[in-house]
Design a binder for this molecule. Structure first.
Ligand SMILES: Nc1nc2c(ncn2[C@@H]2O[C@H](COP(=O)(O)OP(=O)(O)OP(=O)(O)O)[C@@H](O)[C@H]2O)c(=O)[nH]1
Ligand SMILES: [Mg+2]
Length: 370
């Protein structure tokens, strides 16, 4: 794709336009706190594409006394490889007192992570003080999280996995925020031991403190901002261009990448015959509708994946000087630069065969710790 000069920064809208906290969220939070005394373990659900952005930190303070497992859902749409997933998990567990952090896909038939989830949560509960409920034979779990992240889908997936005969969906799902609006009666997901799960409405923090967070949440349809769709679409275009992810060019039949949201929206509206009539004569392109089409194709994963959150591996294993002898685990290694300037690591006394094995060991060690 031809190199092109794109914007190097984005002019954000007003922060207040991004907050969304309707009444059912407040009521939902209060009801959750009320039911919490019956709950053994919480599944906090969030989007795997933005593991560090937009989680509702008030959960930690208001319902965080129970053990929590963080489920990073929609992992099929996330960019991260397994090494990055490990780094994300490590960072999140260091940041908050989660008992575990797991990536899952609620749309996959029998996702292995969801398949093992009930056993994992029973293990977590059994390792905890059961809050004076030692004689209660059943386990009660609750999902919570911001709107539209996949809470109800996880409940339905667990029912599909554990109660294969009862295939109908028990929790209403939908590709828009605010589908579940009230705390649901508990549903059984496993017969023996009896395991019950509560679905809850998606709850955002009352105000969004960072505009960048709000814009990302808007891109993924987790807030309903009082902001024009064109502005959210423009932010997405800015992000795609800055990561040079140009799938949108071919997808929408453009000639080349563009930094002008108007050009893109006009092309989408033109091709989709999206017009707004004003009176009987004037017609103009429906940019708002075109924005929604652009955003929805991105949300479904058709326009490529971008790292919305930064994942920085800990690189302490490589903190040494070249030409210095150092230790990786209990292996003594010498690091040198070869003729082409690449770093080669060997141990002085060993035979060539041993060196080869050692380099393999070191590489494995670096990739597993890095
Ligand atoms: N690709 C993909 N889509 C998912 C996954 N999980 C959920 N979805 C989709 O995400 C959308 C929201 O799912 P819901 O289960 O309704 O989300 P929720 O958190 O219950 O939403 P609220 O009730 O509004 O708070 C739906 O369109 C689902 O099909 C997943 O793992 N992968
Ligand atoms: Mg729901």
């Amino acid at each position: 794709m031809a190199a092109k000069a794109f914007r190097s920064s984005f002019v954000f809208p007003n922060r207040d336009q991004l907050s969304w906290f309707p009444g059912h969220m407040m009521r939902g939070m209060n009801k959750m706190q009320h039911v919490l005394k019956y709950v053994d373990c919480l599944f906090e659900v969030h989007d795997a594409r933005i593991p560090f952005t937009g989680r509702n930190k008030t959960f930690k303070h208001r319902i965080g006394i129970k053990p929590r497992i963080l489920l990073l859902c929609k992992s099929d749409l996330a960019l991260w490889n397994s090494r990055q997933r490990n780094v994300i998990k490590e960072q999140l567990m260091a940041e908050e007192d989660y008992k575990d952090v797991l990536f899952c896909n609620a749309k996959m038939d029998k996702d292995p992570v969801l398949k093992g989830l009930v056993a994992r949560s029973i293990e977590v509960v059994n390792n905890e003080d059961r809050y004076n409920r030692e004689f209660v034979p059943d386990y009660r779990l609750m999902v919570c999280g911001i709107p539209n992240v996949g809470k109800s889908s996880i409940i339905n997936a667990l029912r599909r996995i554990y109660m294969a005969r009862k295939k109908h969906k028990v929790a209403e799902e939908g590709a828009r925020p605010g589908v579940t609006r009230a705390l649901m009666e508990r549903v059984k997901i496993v017969d023996y031991p009896p395991v019950f799960l509560y679905d809850t409405p998606g709850i955002l923090p009352p105000s969004i403190s960072c505009i960048d967070t709000g814009m990302k949440l808007a891109i993924f349809d987790y807030v309903k901002p009082s902001l024009e769709n064109e502005c959210i679409a423009d932010y997405l275009l800015y992000q795609l261009n800055s990561y040079e992810v140009f799938n949108y060019v071919k997808f929408f039949g453009l000639k080349e990448p563009t930094d002008n949201i108007g050009d893109l929206l006009t092309k989408i509206a033109e091709d989709g015959h999206m017009l707004i009539s004003s009176g009987s004569y004037l017609r103009r392109y429906d940019w708002s509708g075109a924005s929604l089409r652009f955003l929805s194709q991105f949300r479904k994963g058709y326009l490529g994946k971008i790292p919305f959150d930064e994942v920085k591996p800990k690189t302490n294993v490589r903190e040494y000087e070249v030409n210095e002898t150092y230790f990786l685990g209990n292996i003594e290694v010498q690091s040198e630069l070869n003729d082409s300037g690449d770093e080669v690591t060997t141990s002085n006394e060993q035979s060539k065969e041993d060196k080869r094995r050692l380099i393999g060991d070191v590489t494995n060690l670096i990739s597993s710790t890095g």
